[in-house]
Design a protein around this ligand. Structure first.
Ligand SMILES: *Cc1c(COP(=O)(O)O)cnc(C)c1O
Length: 374
């Protein structure tokens, strides 16, 4: 094995696809300290700047761990309180907490979509959705990005061959920041009797409490919303919102819910505290998003701004160039995305001045500012 792995690592380095981890010495937030360098962070999903905030009361009351899975003795009242609050913001009957969004998607998809069923999944969906589809025994069709006429055509011809049908999409796509037109998807779902599973990871607390709000849609019994706590909500973990029956079913059948340690209750407690701060900060973030979009002309409807560059090497050079000038904007390369890019995320913490500074540094590179060869 050793030689094969060594060869693979060499190959990644040659292709400019090698990755490594940077040890950050400061708490999460807009300023990061790596070694002696301090950087302005434009890569975080901590959209509302909540990740470094804490209330000691939560830790004092609940301790740091959870002791067991929810079904054994790891289910605390504060989990339930949070689930009810999350259901409220998603305008659903109920919700169920998961330990991560990755596990929520894996679990909900593979539990609901079984043999004889059909899954239609957007080609740019998050890796956890892709893996959830892989784990499911349903038939899978990956449709071109937001191409709902493709979805309709397929369903017209083939819907009758399947029992249940699931359409799965990110609401805010994580690498491009664009939004799925859920109003169109709702029509398809209703016309063909499908269930719509929406992943709100980058939407919750950024474009609204729920992506459905944006389109004036109300969730019904055929709507499932996956949300995460580790992004705008500032803590860790995830949840699935839908009908009370869905919650009941997942508790009984979903393996990624059943066979894992419960989210520590203090995290549920902290998330409840954070929820109180969401509304105000979200409005302020939206204003910053419009401001940044106007002067960069990067098309994005969320806090994620993709700056597409010609190749992996340019992405790395630009990222290094910005690093040397005090900006942390990592290069995102294949296989995470098809086209290499810098993925800029802006947060509630950034000032308009800082947003301008980043853009003028990028401008410097584009106008031939010398990037270090690597
Ligand atoms: C981050 C993310 C997830 C995974 O959530 P975690 O809690 O980080 O595991 C799932 N879906 C999308 C679209 C995401 O961006």
């Amino acid at each position: 094995m050793r030689e094969r792995v060594e060869r693979e690592i060499e190959k990644l380095k040659e292709l400019n696809l090698y990755r490594d981890l940077k040890d950050i010495e400061s708490p999460p937030g807009k300023k990061l300290r790596i070694g002696k360098v301090e950087l302005l962070n434009f890569s975080s999903n901590d959209y509302l700047g909540l990740a470094k905030e804490y209330d000691c009361e939560c830790l004092r009351k609940w301790g740091a761990g959870s002791g067991a899975s929810r079904l054994i003795c790891g289910n605390f009242k504060v989990h339930r309180d949070l689930e009810k609050e999350l259901a409220k913001i998603k305008r659903c009957q109920d919700s169920l907490l998961f330990s991560t969004g990755y596990m929520a998607n894996l679990g909900v998809i593979s539990t609901l979509a079984e043999e004889k069923d059909l899954i239609l999944s957007d080609e740019l969906n998050h890796a956890s959705i892709i893996d959830g589809c892989r784990l499911s025994k349903a038939e899978k069709v990956i449709y071109p990005h937001k191409d709902y006429s493709f979805v309709k055509e397929f369903l017209k011809k083939n819907r009758h061959k399947y029992r249940d049908c699931f359409i799965i999409t990110d609401s805010v796509f994580s690498m491009d920041g664009d939004i799925a037109p859920l109003d169109e998807l709702f029509k398809v779902k209703d016309e063909f009797g499908c269930v719509l599973i929406v992943d709100d990871a980058h939407a919750t607390g950024v474009i609204g409490y729920s992506s459905l709000e944006l389109f004036g849609l109300e969730p019904d019994e055929n709507t499932v919303i996956v949300g995460t706590l580790g992004k705008a909500l500032g803590t860790f973990g995830a949840f699935v919102s839908g009908s009370s029956q869905l919650r009941e079913y997942l508790i009984n059948r979903c393996r990624t819910f059943i066979y894992t340690t419960a989210l520590p209750p203090f995290i549920a407690c902290q998330t409840l505290k954070n929820l109180e701060k969401v509304k105000g900060r979200m409005e302020e973030l939206k204003e910053k998003i419009s401001f940044f979009r106007e002067f960069t002309k990067i098309e994005s409807e969320s806090a994620i701004f993709p700056l597409i560059v010609e190749d992996e090497a340019t992405a790395l050079r630009l990222s290094n160039y910005l690093f040397e000038r005090g900006f942390f904007v990592p290069a995102i390369r294949p296989p995470t995305v098809k086209k290499s890019r810098l993925r800029i995320t802006i947060t509630w913490e950034h000032t308009k001045e800082e947003l301008k500074q980043l853009w003028s540094a990028i401008d410097g590179f584009m106008k031939g500012g010398r990037a270090p060869e690597i």
